[in-house]
Design a protein around this ligand. Sequence first.
Ligand code: SAH
Length: 378
Amino acid sequence: MIESPRAAAGARAGWGELARVLEAWGEPAYRARQIGEWKERRLAASFDEMREVPRALRQRLDEAVRYWALEPLAEAQSADGLTTKMLFRLADGECIESVLMRQPTPAGGWRSTVCVSSQAGCKMRCSFCATGHGGWRRNLAADEIVDQVLYFAARLKRPPAVAAGGGSRGHLSQPASPPEIELMQRVDNVVFMGMGEPLDNYDGVLAAVRRLNDVRGLGLAARSITISTCGLVPEIRRLEKEGVQVNLAVSLAATNDVRRSELIPLNRRFPLRELLAAGDEYAAVTHRRVSYEYVLIAGVNDSVEEAVQLGQLLRGRLAHVNLIPLNPVAGDGYARPTEAAVRRFQRLVRAAHVPVTVRYSKGVDIAAGCGQLRAAAS
Ligand code: SAH
């Protein structure tokens, strides 16, 4: 049979079809599980690394099944080397971004958090968010979400020599990463705070969470996973009934409905009172503290009154506030408040006995605004 490599590549099945392909070839039932464990628990970079799988089968799989759902297109490192942002291309050409953030721990170790995208584009059109400006493309499949985490997990685990060697078709060997990041670490946390609204891709996100959870894979505890939403109330209520104790983050951005609807149009469907009630219920059912994210925009939502109102709104709730000083997006006219204004806001919220931290979005120096890396690469 003569086939161009391109046609052969186009004909390959996705990872999700692996079990079906193996069954059609008459392989034993345990094979799909074995191969799945090699990829998701042992973090193999290609079929070729799966020593217990017969060589002929590895080669045949390499021809027939696409190992990775994504291919790295570009990479950016922060000046301190602690943040790595990747631009990935999906099989149909859509592009998404994922970020690895590392933080030193008090015990002298490292904590690694991967920020994943759940959709290519977004329907929510929040006024301050670059992804919303770019419009809607499609939901990501569970494989496309899980592979963002596996990509960084494999990189953190691998000594540089192995990473540079790569597999037969493993895209993940390139581009090379700086040596200081290859320190045999693991992924500790996953946050759904990249592109997209995770609860608008409910099935894909939940399937990905269950896969990340699975002890035959990465085995990440649910409480190490955070789903961030701009306020899809019915899906918050659905999530609390799933029996997965993931952390919920709610993007608040305002303390009254008029301002919030300006910033987050979804607020017109699910206003603050309903959203906070859903957050309370989530906390009551899961016994997990809800995080309220508050993006701080100069002269828009950073006044003394709003800080006091935010304290009043959340006081007594099982809640925590993360203040995120705006990461400015070109062309929308919004600016980041001064450091002094951020600290003042924080003090006023804290005065209401609401736990509050300031989170500068990581890697501002590496085009961390959604879509910037993508623009730079094209
Ligand atoms: N759609 C989800 C998750 C993605 S956004 C959500 O809205 O929660 C993740 C967080 O980044 C949200 O809290 C959002 O408000 C915040 N964010 C979006 N654009 C931002 C920007 N330009 N600067 C700072 N934070 C931003």
